[in-house]
Write a protein that binds this ligand. Structure first.
Ligand code: GLN
Length: 479
């Protein structure tokens, strides 16, 4: 991104020309299905205004650069579908805080990216608009739920995009597409206008080519928002200057649970090779344990559906979105609207969540899951007494084939086994590209830090990217 920004600054290219160039690329890459909406006209108008700001001496690091937002962020005047038939034609009357803040920095919104329906999934295959494809191999998934954003950045249809992460939806697609994806600490980025899936777990964050770009994007996204009661009133550090800090003297913990036999050989190998680089940079590696991490998936699949069942009750055909064509009475209108408007995975979650919260089962499931969530957070707290950061594979495998897991929800859920615990604990984690498997698919390494230590994670990622070039590789048809 800094190269594009420098070209704009030197006047070698105008923002209008730059945006047109990316729009042409998007047009040529429609088979990836990375976008749900492309707003060429709006983007060119924004680009003209970015060029005027620059001419008047009001340009920042992001002014005039294209960006795409996951279609979960409300954007005024543009469709916001959340990957669902329920919101297929929904046009938001207001902007999400993230959208607003990025517009204020002068970024040009070129479109909204494909995603799993209501962010429920790990492959973008639950999207009402069809799956996104992985630019590294079009028969493979791009990951999910922010698969459209990851596919778009990997194919260089945009230099950066936003995503959201409830259990891994920024990091896993970043890993599958060879990108840098950061899930910030809970409360760091405003959720206002970000359609809620599981409110106590959801966080927005950047999907980028490098840690440097992720830092720039996070800088614009992060910060207190009085309109979101869960956003924290805590100063936002300078993420770019944090990149320059040294790695020497830091301790990285390797949880034995993250390197077990469920992990592909190639993923394990690349993770260890990356960790050896960190050692060369002066970090010390130490073995640790997160003994209850196996409980993360079952715990998540009680809490997330419970919150989702409540959040999704607003989609009833009355307020906004889809309404069934014909009905005899109000109840039938609700029933048919929800039966037709939601896809199968969303219905599964609503049923599980409603069940887990129902009288008589609340204590057995929901309360128990909350207790386990606490234990998982305590495991991290204990681990951070022995190390500064925790590292392991982002996902046990590289990108799987389209259709491979669609009939087996549990195996789909397991692709988030290493990412989900950071959401349960509310702590930040980043995925960075660390190599390729023998079929040429990217591999991601996850680094996890303590609450609000995004600067530390970005620094580790950046230092690694200064001595390696995995993040510079391009899928062959998109160079
Ligand atoms: N794959 C997980 C789910 O389906 C997490 C998705 C996410 O992070 N939004 O719920």
């Amino acid at each position: 991104m800094s190269a594009l920004s420098a070209m704009l600054e030197r006047g070698e290219i105008s923002s209008v020309e730059l945006i047109q160039c990316f729009l042409d690329r998007i047009d040529r890459s429609q088979e990836l299905n990375a976008f749900i909406t492309v707003d060429a006209e709006g983007a060119l108008t924004q680009a003209q205004s970015a060029d005027r700001s620059r001419a008047n001496g009001h340009a920042g690091a992001l002014t005039g650069l294209p960006i795409a937002h996951k279609d979960i962020f409300c954007s005024r005047g543009l469709k916001t579908t959340c990957g669902s038939r329920m919101l297929e034609d929904f046009v938001s009357p207001y902007d999400a805080t993230v959208v607003e803040r990025l517009a204020d920095t002068g970024t040009v919104l070129v479109g909204k990216t494909n995603m799993d329906e209501f962010a429920m999934g790990s492959s973008t295959e639950t999207s009402w608009f069809g799956p996104a494809r992985n630019p590294w191999s079009r028969s493979r998934v791009a990951g999910g739920s922010s698969g459209g954003s990851a596919a778009a950045v990997a194919a260089r249809l945009v230099p950066v995009a936003t995503g959201t992460d409830t259990g891994g939806s920024i990091r896993q697609p970043a890993a599958f597409c060879g990108l840098t994806g950061l899930k910030p600490s809970y409360g760091r980025v405003s959720r206002y206008g970000m359609i809620a899936y599981a409110s106590s777990l959801d966080q927005g964050g950047p999907i980028a080519q490098s840690a440097e770009d992720a830092a720039l994007l996070l800088q614009a996204m992060a910060g207190f928002d009085p309109r979101d009661a869960t956003s924290l009133d805590k100063e936002v550090p300078d993420y770019t200057s944090a990149l320059k800090q040294p790695v020497a003297g830091l301790t990285i913990g390797l949880p034995k649970e993250f390197f077990d036999s469920s992990v592909d050989e190639s993923v394990r190998y690349a993770s260890h090779a990356a960790l050896a680089e960190f050692e060369k940079l002066g970090a010390r590696l130490t073995d640790i344990s997160l003994p209850n991490s196996a409980a993360g998936i079952p715990c998540f699949y009680v809490i997330a559906p419970a919150e989702a069942s409540s959040n999704l009750s607003r989609f009833d055909g009355v307020r906004y979105g889809y309404r069934t064509e014909s009905y005899r009475d109000l109840n039938e209108m609700y029933e048919k609207t929800r039966a037709e408007g939601f896809g199968i995975e969303v219905k599964r979650r609503i049923m599980i969540g409603t069940f887990a919260l129902s009288a008589g089962y609340y204590d057995a499931y929901y309360r128990k899951a909350q207790q386990i969530r606490q234990i998982i957070a305590d495991d991290f707290r204990e681990a951070f007494r022995h190390c500064d950061y925790i590292a392991g594979p982002t996902s046990p495998t590289t990108a799987f084939a389209l259709g491979e897991k669609t009939n087996d929800p549990v195996s789909m859920y397991l692709s988030d086994i290493f990412t989900i615990t950071a959401n349960l604990a509310g702590i930040p984690a980043i995925s960075i590209p660390v190599g390729f498997d023998n079929t040429g698919l990217p591999i991601g390494l996850q680094l996890t830090g303590q609450s609000f230590d995004e600067p530390g994670l970005l620094k580790l990622a950046h230092r690694y990217q200064q001595v390696t070039d995995w993040h510079r590789h391009l899928p062959k048809d998109f160079s």
